[in-house]
Ligand binder design. Structure first.
Ligand code: CO
Length: 485
């Protein structure tokens, strides 16, 4: 089997490093103090068994602590229930996105009626709820950890019992209303999307509204505008009874879903004042993990997304396919959707040929508002892995880019300068694998020019991960207003 040049970014990292001072090339802005916290899959084998999908690996936490032109680095496994069960049994014990526990026939018979817990392998994103920093995946069981030591503190306990088996690892934070907005999907004979809010500083999910659904869609994230919550149902859907019993059967989570292009992609618009479903409208089928932003314009909503023509990208992300460098079937691109508040049809328009995956914006200033700049990853060649960072001006289509030979960058996190006057005044932080040097480095770009100002080499290869957040203030106890999104 041939191997992709970036396959070393998809192998297990076992090494944990504490408080390493990274050698810095270049100079950091003097205002840049705080902590970049990231998570990602890092352990792809347990005993003799292997996880199958990029989204499955056991989570590692990464901390980059910025202070006075220095970067201190720590990484540590998240001691989730999934991780501890795997270590204890020497097997893949809990099912993940694309992997089911592999059991012998005897074990299957013996454990058929044992209710295995859902995964809590928080390898997708880092966020904050009340005073806790948590690592999250797509089940409603965040894992809390100490941001300074990366020590795992255990499953986060909500102060309510809102039902639901699946959620998003991309909750929103509304800085005006001072609340988290998210949803859970409730599978059963009557399935529903349950949208909830959490007032800052509390652990109480308050049910905002429920939207009944017959065949729930796989939804990785959702956009909000100032007045509306938008749930976008790509036609990758599941018979809910298959998932209601997922703990007992052998098909991995995502393989229960089917692609139904004839349904198109549906947009549900929910009024944030009263929870009313204002409109449901439909456009051509597409698939997206990530919505960049949404805002109101001339009586309709504008929704920007990193779109794919179908959901085959999920198949491309099986480790076997990624490591061998199999060409991905379809390239994604940044699309804009005009979603009417009245009327039934959604119009799509490309904003850029670039993929703009792992999109980030100046969140605090622009989320839900008209905006100008999105940062993301693009693949320049062969419809393949991300090998370029791009900054797209969504008003003009102009692109700035960063790339380097044999380098594969991850999510570009935008950190605004204090009292920034321009939307793009700040820096971009991205972890980059240099495949020929066999090293990962943290890249710092000046966001306006999109040019490198500094980089710091990490003492090992960090496997490709997904998301992270920058926390501005690390000396005081964490709270939501420190979360810089
Ligand atoms: Co994501």
């Amino acid at each position: 089997m041939s191997l992709a040049p970036y396959h070393i970014g998809l192998e297990t990292l076992n090494q944990e490093v504490a408080e390493a001072n990274l050698a810095l090339q270049g100079v950091l802005p003097s205002w840049l103090t705080g902590m970049l916290l990231r998570t990602g899959p890092a352990k792809f084998e347990v005993g003799e068994q292997s996880y199958r999908h990029w989204f499955d690996g056991l989570a590692m936490l990464y901390q980059f602590w910025f202070k006075e032109n220095q970067i201190r680095y720590t990484n540590r496994f998240l001691q989730s229930g999934s991780y501890l069960d795997a270590l204890e049994t020497g097997r893949i014990y809990r099912g993940e996105f694309g992997t089911s526990p592999q059991r012998s026939l005897l074990t299957q018979l013996l454990t058929m009626f044992i209710d295995r817990p859902l995964t809590d392998n928080g390898n997708v994103n880092v966020t904050a709820i009340a005073d806790q920093v948590v690592a999250v995946t797509e089940t409603p069981t965040p894992v809390a950890f100490d941001p300074t030591t990366l020590q795992t503190l255990g499953n986060f306990e909500y102060a309510d019992d809102l039902a639901g088996q699946v959620t998003t690892a991309h909750p929103h934070f509304d800085f005006k209303r001072n609340q988290i907005i998210s949803y859970q999907i409730q599978f059963g004979r009557r399935s529903a999307y349950a949208i909830y809010s959490i007032e800052a500083g509390t652990k109480q999910r308050s049910l905002f509204t429920q939207i009944p659904v017959q065949q729930p869609a796989y939804m990785h994230s959702f956009p909000i505008s100032e007045k509306y919550i938008i749930l976008v149902e790509c036609p990758l859907t599941v018979n809910p009874l298959r998932l209601a019993t997922i703990r007992f059967h052998k098909t991995p989570f995502i393989e229960n879903y089917r692609w139904h292009p004839e349904q198109g992609t549906r947009f549900h618009i929910i009024d944030r004042e009263n929870g009313n479903l204002v409109n449901t409208c439909e456009g051509d089928p597409f698939f997206a993990f990530h919505y960049v932003n949404a805002f109101e314009q001339d009586g309709s909503l504008v929704v920007d997304a990193s779109s794919y023509p179908d959901a085959s990208i999920i198949h491309d992300f099986y480790l076997e396919n990624l490591r061998s460098g199999t060409e991905t079937s379809h390239k994604g691109q940044l699309n804009r959707y005009y979603v009417p508040l009245q009327g039934k049809s959604v119009r799509a328009e490309p904003l850029s040929d670039a993929l703009v995956e792992f999109p980030r914006i100046h969140y605090k200033r622009c989320n839900g508002q008209p905006y100008q700049f999105v940062y993301g990853g693009n693949s320049q060649q062969s419809h393949n892995f991300i090998d370029q960072l791009v900054k797209v001006d969504v008003k003009t289509g102009a692109i700035k880019s960063w790339q380097q030979q044999s380098c594969y960058p991850g999510e570009p996190v935008f950190v605004a300068a204090p009292n920034a006057s321009a939307e793009d005044e700040g820096v971009i932080l991205s972890l980059v694998l240099d495949a020929s040097q066999r090293k990962t480095f943290l890249l710092v770009l000046e966001a306006q020019s999109f040019e490198e100002i500094a980089r710091a080499e990490v003492p090992h290869i960090i496997p490709f991960g997904f998301h992270g957040q920058f926390f501005e203030d690390i000396t005081e106890p964490m709270s939501n207003h420190h979360l810089h999104r």
